[in-house]
Design a protein around this ligand. Structure first.
Ligand code: ZN
Length: 287
């Protein structure tokens, strides 16, 4: 029987998982609503049920879980991921118990960076920053093939402070980039200005249609994102910044001026599966 590795990407709304064979080919993929309110045991159970059909054909030997932080990768514990509403969940232990195989945990933004670098066509880039713009803004940095970890929270690009309007962020600081340029941030700023609750994609539509409030919010978001890119340029001088995440769909509205910071930018392909590919990359370091 051919050996395979299970990679799981736990997100605030969606959980996606793949089996990869020994030649790094994806042989199984499924995604469903995370339903974090049902708890982590329930999630492990539903992943197990979905994968169990394929497990007859493949010998699944190991698993990697990518999830939003803050987390303790070494202990396999999700500390307090806001997007999931969980506290101190021993996620690897829960999956290990259900599947009977070893699991490891890594930060989903780090996984995205690894996946883009190793499998997305950038493995020859020595300094690469990956920035995901979605519900929040996060990222990962690869230097000479290694993730830059810092003390565990490196590349937290969403919390670069910008010259905003003294809005308090969940992290304790004020005017973090993600308050203005993430999907949630764009939606909140638009609601503040107009009293209307629209999703980010709808606000983008409004901006393209000439809605002054929507245009102003995207102009701010774009300028603040540029500022953060200038910070990146000054500190790391990366050869490439690769963007991923659902807000990339707004295109020019947010990214039109991004290259003005002087860094070549690109968008992740891989059908949005860069986090799963990053988890696969991590699996190579398992014993
Ligand atoms: Zn913050």
């Amino acid at each position: 029987m051919e050996k395979a590795c299970l990679c799981v990407d736990i997100g605030g709304t969606k959980t996606a998982f793949s089996l990869f064979d020994e030649n790094d080919r994806e042989v199984f993929y499924r995604a469903f609503a995370t339903q974090s309110g049902q708890g982590a045991e329930n999630l492990a159970e539903r992943v197990f049920d979905a994968v169990s059909g394929a497990m007859g054909r493949y010998l699944v030997e190991r698993g990697v879980i990518a999830a939003p932080g803050p987390l303790n990768a070494e202990k396999g514990v999700l500390i307090s991921p806001v997007l999931l509403g969980w506290r101190n969940v021993a996620i690897t232990e829960i999956f290990q118990k259900k599947f009977g195989i070893p699991f490891v945990l890594l930060n989903d933004c780090d996984a995205g960076a690894l996946g883009v670098w190793r499998y997305g066509g950038y493995s020859d880039v020595r300094t690469l920053c990956y920035i995901t713009v979605s519900t929040g803004i996060g990222g990962g940095t690869i230097v000479n093939g290694q993730l830059v970890a810092g003390r565990g929270n490196a590349s937290d690009f969403g919390h670069i402070p910008v010259a905003g309007r003294k809005i308090r962020c969940g992290c304790g600081n004020v005017d973090c980039l993600e308050l203005y340029a993430s999907g949630t941030g764009i939606e909140a700023r638009y609601a503040e200005k107009t009293g209307k609750k629209l999703c980010c994609a709808a606000i983008a539509e409004c901006a393209r249609g000439g809605d002054a409030a929507a245009r102003e919010i995207f102009a701010d978001a774009s300028a603040f994102l540029n500022y953060a890119l200038c910070v990146l340029k000054a500190v790391l001088d990366p050869e490439r910044v690769v963007f991923g995440g659902s807000v990339c769909k707004v295109g020019d509205l947010l990214f039109a001026g991004a290259e003005r910071a002087g860094i070549p930018i690109a968008f992740a392909g891989q059908d949005g599966k860069q986090v799963l590919y990053g988890a696969l990359c991590r699996s190579k370091q398992m014993p």
